[in-house]
Design a protein around this ligand. Structure first.
Ligand code: CU
Length: 359
């Protein structure tokens, strides 16, 4: 054996190995960006087509236990990611790394974690993120699947549904690197996007049928489990409370706007329908790698799932986006309004004669 040549090869190999490791570490370090999360229904600043190679997207979330009034006079000791129900929408591109810093302040009373349906392994990250009050953890995962996905707290046993129905859920959108595509593979660009997180609540009632109010989250636990086991929510709401997206808080668009609506439900099914419009393109199960369904009247969001729909508004006026289980929409709260500005198209619809007495 020629020893000097052997050593020479070893040095070359070692050098290449170190270079490979260093370049991998550099690519992680070199492309680090921070995403400022915003409150739903809004999305953080993002580009629809990825700019450059995969990045590490750093995000900070603070767990907040806080009381929320979900309709006048009805309260819940909510468990939240960042103080809102749902938690904020995260937006990255496929093959980006999500690096989440999750803080559980010492003012909180319980353990929490986060299970990302977009992540692979360790219970979606739930096993690696369990934090007690006063602790903080950092998780990094690679977003290998394009689509919209739920995330939620999953601290184990009955605590899992209990935390979820106290508001501790949200969604992440993992865009394909080259953006969304229609059913023929042509690019789709949206001009507006909104995030709707649907929440089912199970507020216990007292012996007089009045909703109970509690001083701390754990105080309601036994009553909550009884109410939850009926599988009959007291409220089904969009974005945390009845009327969060209606009236003065209605979503806005213009005729010609192509609007992306992301709809998440961490615990049960929903049946979105846009009254007066359609789902031009719908990723019912949220998978952006599959061609979207087209021209739907209503669609189904699976339990523990997010879906996305796109509609280009053609008429001005008032629209309602709701769950077409109409009992949930009109009696339990699952409705949003969209007010659209623009010029009326009489070809699409006209009132041929006004209401008048029957001859
Ligand atoms: Cu939790």
């Amino acid at each position: 054996m020629n020893l000097p040549q052997h050593i020479y090869k070893l040095i070359i190999f070692s050098f290449l190995f170190c270079f490979y490791q260093a370049s991998f570490a550099n690519s992680l370090n070199a492309s680090r960006v921070t995403q400022e999360l915003v409150n739903p229904p809004y999305l953080p600043e993002h580009s629809q087509v990825a700019l450059g190679p995969p990045k590490i997207v750093q995000i900070d979330m603070i767990i907040q236990e806080k009381e929320i009034e979900i309709e006048p006079g009805v309260f819940i000791q909510a468990l939240t990611f960042n103080g809102t129900v749902p938690g904020p929408l995260i937006v990255v591109h496929q093959d980006d790394y999500v690096e989440l810093s999750l803080t559980n302040p010492s003012s909180n009373s319980m353990m929490h974690n986060i299970d990302f349906h977009a992540a692979t392994g360790a219970m979606g990250g739930g096993e690696l993120t369990m934090v007690a009050p006063g602790e903080k953890v950092v998780l990094r995962f690679k977003a290998t699947k394009a689509g919209v996905f739920v995330y939620h707290c999953a601290p184990g046993g009955p605590m899992v549904p209990w935390h979820v129905v106290h508001g501790m859920n949200g969604a992440i959108m993992v865009l394909p690197r080259d953006g969304l595509k229609d059913n023929n593979g042509r690019p789709i660009e949206y001009s507006k996007a909104y995030f709707i997180g649907e929440q089912d609540y199970y507020i216990p009632k007292d012996e007089n049928g009045k909703f109970k109010r509690f001083k701390t989250p754990i105080e309601s636990y036994v009553d909550d489990l009884k109410a939850m086991k009926t599988l009959q929510p007291s409220h089904v709401v969009f974005n945390g409370k009845v009327g969060a997206l209606t009236g003065a808080k209605a979503l806005k668009a213009d005729v010609g706007d192509t609007v992306l609506l992301i709809h998440a439900q961490a615990n049960r099914q929903s049946y979105p329908h846009l009254i007066g419009g359609h789902g031009d393109f719908v990723w019912e199960r949220g998978n952006f790698s599959d061609p979207p369904k087209t021209n739907l009247e209503s669609w189904v969001i699976g339990a523990g799932s997010a879906g996305a729909s796109i509609y280009t508004f053609k008429q001005p006026g008032f629209y309602a986006y709701l769950s077409h289980n109409l009992i949930e929409a009109f009696l339990l709260g699952a409705a949003a309004h969209i007010v659209v500005d623009g010029a009326w198209d009489s070809d699409l619809m006209t009132q041929v004669s006004e209401p008048s007495a029957i001859d």
